[in-house]
Design a protein around this ligand. Structure first.
Ligand code: ADP
Ligand code: ZN
Length: 211
């Protein structure tokens, strides 16, 4: 299964990816997680990415396409993968097609802009493994640490001003990708405005995992 998760920031891509990764036994490749890891490590890539991410802008296409291609060429992606946060522009989608990757399905998680702001301001994340949490919808474990033992933090780009910018960028640059894949008959849409469990049930049904 080669699956793309599409949807605005806060749609629940990372949360659903976590479940799907276990159900399918395949890796999730999240460009957001990879870029933030590079930022933490202070690599050249990380320093470059930080300038864009902190303002809610997209990291340049050639940079992101490069790291995704590298990652997809590794052995653990041979039997399939879930892409979370990539492609995010038409140019990225075209680069993926041009590199010979055949996507099976694009799962579009649909949620209104008003819901997004509330979700992202309450979002928390494991600093070590990237697992998402939410103060109301998916509380952190009682000991205050991630299931992996990592520290739980609020992302710097989850402040209201940056969030509004990311939503704008999503509508302008990422949403057109849906049509790109719709013309190939690959898009399945799911309402993602309910709870994590409700969305997961809808996702499983849409992907034919349950009847
Ligand atoms: P969200 O979907 O909640 O915005 P992500 O973790 O997917 O969060 O991405 C965070 C930031 O990382 C984006 O706002 C953007 O700056 C950068 N980024 C992630 N993926 C890409 C991509 N495919 N192309 C360009 N920039 C990206
Ligand atoms: Zn963790």
């Amino acid at each position: 299964m080669k699956l793309i998760l599409l949807g605005p920031p806060g749609a629940g891509k990372g949360t659903q990816a976590e479940v799907l990764t276990k159900q399918f036994g395949i890796e999730t490749i999240s460009t957001g997680v990879m870029l933030r890891a590079a930022m933490r490590e202070g690599t050249e890539l990380g320093k470059l990415a930080k300038q864009y991410i902190d303002e809610g802008k997209l990291v340049p296409d050639d940079v992101v396409v490069g790291i995704v291609k590298d990652r997809l060429s590794q052995d653990d992606c041979k039997n399939g993968f879930i892409l979370d946060g990539f492609p995010r522009t038409i140019a990225q989608a075209e680069a993926l097609t041009a590199s010979g990757v055949e996507i099976d399905k694009v799962l579009s998680l649909e949620v209104d802009d008003e819901v997004i702001v509330e979700r992202l301001t309450g979002r928390r994340e494991c600093k070590a493994c990237g697992t998402p949490y939410h103060i109301k919808n998916k509380p952190v474990p009682a000991n205050g640490k991630c299931v992996c033992g990592g520290e739980i933090i609020q992302r710097a780009d989850d402040n209201e001003e940056t969030i509004r910018n990311r939503i704008k960028v999503y509508h302008e640059q990422t949403e057109p990708i849906k049509e790109y894949y719709e013309s190939q008959g690959k898009v399945v849409s799911v309402d993602s405005s309910g709870s994590v469990d409700q969305t997961n049930a809808a996702v499983s049904k849409a992907l034919g995992l349950v009847k």
